[in-house]
Design a protein around this ligand. Structure first.
Ligand code: UDP
Length: 415
């Protein structure tokens, strides 16, 4: 079988006081109905990025409510991940032609992974384009008896036609598909069942529990950040869609008025994202010489506790994305009662209500204007932060997400 990712056990009951009885009771009832169902989640990395973050919670919670859930990784060499990042970029609308050679390499690696797929399941959930074509190599085998679901996490609203046309025949082979938003479906797909399910955060994970004040101060000191001065924060992989250079420009505009402001950029280098170092270097060069810009990554010990601490210490959290399937970092910040200034694109449109719990912006100048406004009006920042927390509690917790998965499984199982 493919390599399996170990996960720590989690129990559903501690979520009851946060999420409410209704959703927990429905999850328990669905768990009973689906008891013993064998579920495989397949993606391409156990570290870095939103999908890994989601699976560390969803897989153990599925187990806790009675399913036999597991998480597996597809394997590939550097070339494969360079090609799949290329697909990812083209599917998010970048002008990148996809060559026959790339397609052949991608399909060959999917076939190799399919050859290692040797366990029977009831549901197989395949995340994102990297493992998407594996299903083709398993047609006609006993492994195809499972209900196969493709889960798209990226913003395909502006997908290049050739990239979408390449991947679509593989999507069509699935029994079901899950997108975050309807707009992501470029042209009609032929799956039997379709669901629109936004991702979620885990309020009980180390990422979302706010560290004590003393721990926050220690962390700020360790990285040389002055917590008594204003902090603008972005937490993102180094990726062109997260607009790291635009973020630096935005900080510079804010700095003209607010001389004390600091920019903290936290990044995790994902295994399936070979572009990360390239964009890190570009951003480091671009911001060189400014002692108030802090570019920090997992290489310098930035883990869940550090991310949470900086989110809690930030005055404003930015997500200057140009495309975004769904920005977990936006929801994490809102949960910590922070006002967010975010690109008005993709899933962020579901997450942020402009002027209520943050601001949606179209340009770097507009982002700088809104950050300045929030720095000048702590009362507005606080009101928006409270509204954001409430929105997350009602819509974007992992319990709602788990319930939606289980409802979808039940729908497919009844077929
Ligand atoms: N993240 C992290 N450490 C970092 C940078 C990012 O743990 O230094 C996490 C972040 O908190 C979030 C996830 O990686 O949970 C990124 O998910 P998001 O949906 O925002 O973006 P993606 O990487 O999936 O495009």
């Amino acid at each position: 079988m493919l390599p399996r990712v170990p996960v720590q056990p989690r129990s559903i009951e501690p979520y009851r006081p946060i999420a409410g009885d209704e959703v927990i009771d429905e999850i328990l009832a669905l768990g009973k109905e689906l008891s013993g169902a064998r579920v495989a989640h397949i993606n391409s990395t156990a570290h870095g990025g939103g999908v890994a973050e989601l699976l560390y919670t969803q897989v153990p919670l599925m187990r806790n409510v009675g399913l036999e859930a597991d998480w597996f990784l597809v394997e590939g060499d550097q070339d494969f991940f360079t090609i799949t990042k290329y697909f990812h970029n083209a599917l998010q609308g970048m002008e990148l032609p996809i060559t026959g050679e790339m397609k052949a390499k991608y399909l060959a690696v999917c076939e190799e992974n399919a050859a290692d797929f040797d366990r029977e399941f009831d549901f197989v959930v395949v995340h994102d384009p990297q493992p998407c074509a594996m299903i083709a190599a398993l047609e006609g085998t006993v492994y195809r008896k499972a209900k196969w679901i493709w889960r798209c996490h990226i913003d395909t609203t502006y997908a290049r036609e050739d990239a979408w046309d390449f991947i679509k025949p593989y999507i069509d082979l699935y029994d079901g598909a899950i997108f975050t938003m309807d707009a992501y479906i470029k042209s009609p797909i032929e799956v039997g069942y379709l669901a629109f399910i936004p991702p979620s955060i885990d309020p009980l994970s180390a990422k979302n529990i706010i560290p004590e004040q003393r721990v926050q101060s220690d962390i700020a000191r360790r990285y040389g950040v002055d917590e008594t001065r204003p902090i603008m924060l972005q937490v993102s992989r180094f990726d062109p869609w997260k607009d790291p250079l635009g973020l630096v420009d935005c900080y510079r505009m804010v700095k003209e008025k607010h001389r004390e402001v600091q920019l903290v950029y936290l990044a995790s280098m994902a295994d399936d994202d070979p572009e990360g170092w390239h964009y890190y270097e570009r951003t480091a060069d671009y911001s060189a010489g400014d002692p108030d810009i802090f570019l920090l990554s997992n290489q310098q010990g930035i883990g869940n506790v550090e991310v949470s601490a900086f989110q809690a210490m930030a005055d404003v959290v930015l997500q200057k994305s140009l495309r975004e399937g769904f920005g977990l970092t936006v929801t994490e910040a809102m949960w910590k009662r922070k006002p967010v200034v975010a690109g008005g694109v993709g899933g962020i449109l579901l997450q942020v209500d402009d002027g209520v719990n943050g601001f949606l912006v179209e340009s770097t100048g507009e982002a700088a204007e809104k950050v300045s406004l929030l720095l000048e009006s702590p009362a507005t920042a606080q009101r928006m932060g409270e509204a954001g927390h409430d929105k997350v509690r009602r819509n974007f917790l992992c319990t709602r997400h788990l319930r939606d998965y289980l409802r979808f499984f039940r729908l497919l199982a009844r077929e």
